[in-house]
Write a protein that binds this ligand. Sequence first.
Ligand code: ADP
Ligand code: MG
Length: 257
Amino acid sequence: MPQAQTAAGDGPIIRIRGLKKSYGVHTVLNGIDFDVAPSQVVVVIGPSGSGKSTFLRCCNGLEQPEGGTIDICGHRLVDQGVMLKESALNALRTEVGMVFQSFNLFPHLSVLHNITLGPRKLRGVSQQDAEAAALALLEKVGLAHKAQAMPASLSGGQKQRVAIARALAMRPRVMLFDEPTSALDPELVGEVLQVMKMLASEGMTMVVVTHEMGFAKEVADVVVVMDGGVIVETGTPQTIFSSPTQPRTRAFLQAVL
Ligand code: ADP
Ligand code: MG
């Protein structure tokens, strides 16, 4: 079978077919088909336990699926459930930035060091260049004045903005966000969503798992509804929020809106 090797720039950034993942006898992803085009913002919603985090982790090579294919920028990350070997996987991982609910900053490193570590170790960027790029990213997320701060001294919203800057420092082709504002006090949610909106407006390709329906309505090109390990419905925010066709979408929206 010919393998699509799409040149970077055209073709989907993420292309997934028949993705399956189980933990023991428990099937968590049961045949997911999913495409993300360049500069698209896809928001994934659905009840707790529906497989959203597992799905994102598969896109990043953090989970080993049992079946299906995953192509990132035309390169096969998972082929019929078999993942690339570690060396190739690391190269592909640098294309996919990930931001977690719990920030996951290195607590013993300064903000600047958190951001420069990946580019220096994984991309071979010089310390000077890495620091210049990190400072520009901190400027962008409004935290240039925190370059020398330690993570523990930051608010949750500031930590998450640093985590976004750190992911961007690897110059990813796509950013995955797993409930990036769920751990934040309500008054800190806005500053993080603001940074994400800015990225979207600059054309960053993004997959965002979130319960922030306002963000989905405003920013998403496509909303994907997951339930029980499958995609139950895909549509524009307009369709999903105003006239969902699937009972499971309606039930979920009734519970959260
Ligand atoms: P969501 O992010 O939509 O809440 P998850 O992907 O975290 O869903 O989880 C989907 C299902 O997989 C849940 O039933 C969860 O308990 C199970 N699960 C997730 N991670 C693991 C794991 N490492 N081991 C066993 N079960 C897991
Ligand atoms: Mg989750």
